[in-house]
Design a protein around this ligand. Structure first.
Ligand SMILES: *Cc1c(COP(=O)(O)O)cnc(C)c1O
Length: 412
């Protein structure tokens, strides 16, 4: 009896792969960065006499990729979200609606403009709860919705846009995890007035730090360029509204010094060209992992509707186990080389926190979101994980869950 229980729980071999390393910079990007280091032109603006900077070219290429008229490169997605709220004229004390399930730079951006975050519930499928959104939109008519496509989960955007129209919400999208994703063929970041993207090392493109703000609106683009810190050198942007708009608005915008360095832009440009191949690699791995995990007892994966064209750079699942068991399950997986993040922990850990940990936000409590977060787990899906090793990740996770389900204490 004992031998059989042991055999069933015999541990898979450790994975032996480093899955925590971000995506590397292609050789082309390294060469471009090296050339910049040699030239000393690390700043995106020049006093005189040079062609378009790497940053200007990056913005132009990013806008073309996304299908928006303008892109403004900044030093983080947090800065992009702050500038979006600033350019929309959000004032101190105003309310900004946002997802309860997202990362801390989102309430941080709301705090940065001095606004007040109104948290909206999350469904079991990990998107914004439309009924709760409608309730809160009715109470905060005319405010801004800062919508995170958290971990790349895209809500029914036709329904979200309906709510926004009905209650005069201005939509800003946080696409930190959804570059390349779409709803019903419309890219995330182009659904509202402004889209905010991250190029921090663990997002879809890696420049260490970086962000992009995208819009079709002349005045918002002009304000964002000026506020990001263009001095009187905004003419050096290749992706920009007519100079007259910039000149007219310049006296009313402060310089917030949130520029992207040219060196970051130089490493990003070839990565954008490689993005379609990267997306294919992520999605192939996601499919194998999701199929394998969906067969593990106590594990539930969120439903993803066919209109959601997602990028599977990470995978979320819910564990139907008590908190202490989830903690032990994560420890077993980690000991075998698979790092599982858990959103139900009492304390913030690494990048993972929940709304209960954010100091700057409104403290509206959300029991439905709490239920979702209690079992919610998350793994990265790096391209460094070979396709034929995905089954090993599934085996390790299955084993980790099993150690918490099997009646090991019944052993004599
Ligand atoms: C990473 C992240 C951000 C912030 O991006 P930074 O570039 O690090 O400021 C915002 N929202 C979500 C959902 C993120 O995952």
């Amino acid at each position: 009896m004992r031998a059989r229980a042991r055999a069933r729980l015999s541990s898979p071999a450790p994975l032996g792969l480093d899955l925590a390393t971000p995506e590397p910079v292609p050789a082309e990007g390294i060469a471009a960065a090296t050339a910049l280091l040699t030239s000393g032109r690390l700043f995106r603006y020049a006093e005189a006499g040079v062609g378009a900077s790497e940053a200007a070219l990056w913005e132009q290429e990013f806008a073309a990729y996304l299908g928006r008229r303008y892109a403004v490169a900044v030093n983080s997605c947090g800065s992009a979200m702050y500038l979006a709220l600033h350019c929309l004229g959000v004032q101190t004390g105003e309310s900004v609606l946002m997802n309860a399930w997202t990362l801390s730079p989102v309430p941080g951006a709301v705090a940065h403009v001095g606004a007040h975050a109104v948290l909206v519930d999350t469904t079991a499928d990990l998107t914004i709860d439309l009924a709760d959104l409608e309730r809160r939109a009715r109470a905060h008519r005319g405010s801004v919705l800062l919508l995170s496509h958290m971990r790349g989960h895209v809500a029914d955007m036709a329904a979200v846009r309906d709510v926004c129209e009905t209650f005069d919400l201005r939509l800003v999208e946080d696409c930190a995890h959804s570059l390349g994703a779409a709803w019903d063929g419309v890219a995330t970041g182009t659904q509202g007035l402004l889209g905010c993207f991250s190029t921090q090392a663990y997002k879809h493109l890696n420049s260490g730090e970086g962000g992009v703000l995208a819009t079709d609106d002349d005045d918002l683009a002009a304000r964002a360029i000026l506020a990001s810190g263009s001095y009187a050198l905004y003419e050096q942007h290749a992706s920009r509204p007519p100079l007259e708009r910039l000149a007219t608005l310049a006296p009313s915008e402060a310089n917030h010094s949130m520029r992207l360095t040219s060196i970051a832009a130089a490493v990003l440009r070839p990565q954008l060209r490689a993005l379609p191949a990267r997306i294919e690699a992520w999605n192939a791995r996601y499919t194998v992992l999701a199929e394998g995990l969906s067969l593990v007892p106590r594990v539930t994966l969120p439903r993803r509707p066919p209109q959601e064209q997602f990028v599977g750079s990470s995978l979320q699942f819910s564990l139907d186990l008590p908190p202490s068991s989830i903690e032990r399950c994560c420890a077993v997986a980690a000991s075998l080389g698979v790092h599982v993040k858990w959103f139900g922990g009492e304390r913030p850990h690494a990048f993972t926190s929940t709304y209960r940990h954010w100091s700057a936000t409104a403290r509206n409590t959300l029991p439905d979101t709490d239920d979702v977060l209690a079992g919610l787990c998350d793994i990265r899906v790096p391209t460094a994980l070979p396709l034929d090793r995905c089954a090993d990740v599934v085996a390790i996770l299955r084993h980790a869950v099993q150690t918490q389900v099997e009646p090991t204490t019944a052993d004599p």
